[in-house]
Ligand binder design. Structure first.
Ligand SMILES: N[C@@H](CCC(=O)N[C@@H](CS)C(=O)NCC(=O)O)C(=O)O
Length: 232
């Protein structure tokens, strides 16, 4: 049995982190038996991040390393895809994880209306009297990272304009098929649907969460993935 070490369910999603949701999708798609174990604390893990899996006393950290592990055990998440489509699936996953993800993080940590709810949900275990201080430092660090990454320098409107290109690339693929590369989910869907679900699940509606929630194609896609790959 594989144990997925994940953040708990948050704002109606499988986990606070879309990478944990991606890992849940990959585990389920691999056909392996798995269970979840929730934790709030990523610090003990190799990269100081979640998700991770525990198998026979070995801990494998990072959702892509989890994918590699499952592939070594026989999973082929892109079975039936041409070499061209496998290459494009990789590009879609990277778009989701290395671009859309940061929009999601900024929407949760950078928006002054959303942040208080995020703080009191993600960090409810920190005593209230020090929570503001501790999480204020974490928020500052995260925003510093976003500034270095670049998206943190954009206004919300500029950011949305940039994100729009990704969303249109996704809906273009979905015009003629239920999943990004065909009739069944592949590796790219695990990443893209997880990011979109996370963006939609803002505890306070934002222009970004509304952009996703009001798009019938994107919502239909998130729900198709949830129905095709049941992780809860
Ligand atoms: N490349 C990693 C990314 C995972 C990741 O960014 N996890 C974040 C939550 S979305 C995390 O645990 N951050 C904790 C921290 O940075 O302190 C993966 O694919 O698993």
């Amino acid at each position: 049995m594989i144990t997925l070490l994940t953040y708990p369910e948050t704002f109606g999603e499988f986990a606070a982190s879309p990478f944990c949701t991606k890992a849940g999708y990959l585990l389920e798609m691999s056909g392996q038996a798995w269970e979840r174990e929730d934790t709030f604390d990523p610090r003990p893990f190799k990269y100081g991040k979640l998700p991770a899996i525990r198998v026979d006393n070995e801990v494998i950290c990072d959702s892509d390393n989890i994918r590699r592990y499952l592939e070594k055990k026989g999973a082929d998440f892109d079975a039936g895809l041409s070499a061209d489509d496998r290459a494009s699936a990789r590009a879609f996953a990277v778009m989701a994880e290395q671009h859309m993800y940061f929009h999601g993080a900024l929407d949760r940590w950078g928006d002054d209306q959303v942040w208080p709810v995020v703080r009191d949900t993600y960090f409810a275990m920190i005593p209230k009297w020090v929570r503001g201080f501790v999480t204020g430092k974490m928020r500052k660090e995260l925003m510093k990272g976003m500034h270095s990454q670049g998206l943190g320098r954009f206004s919300v409107a500029e950011r949305l304009e940039r994100l729009e290109l990704d969303l249109r690339a996704i809906t273009a693929r979905l015009e003629t098929r239920p999943f990004l590369f065909g009739e069944t989910p592949c590796s790219a869907d695990a990443s893209v649907a997880a990011m979109l679900g996370n963006m939609r699940a803002s505890p306070v509606p934002t222009p970004q969460s509304k952009r996703v929630a009001d798009d019938a194609v994107l919502v239909g896609y998130i729900e198709a993935m949830e129905n095709a790959v049941k992780i809860r």
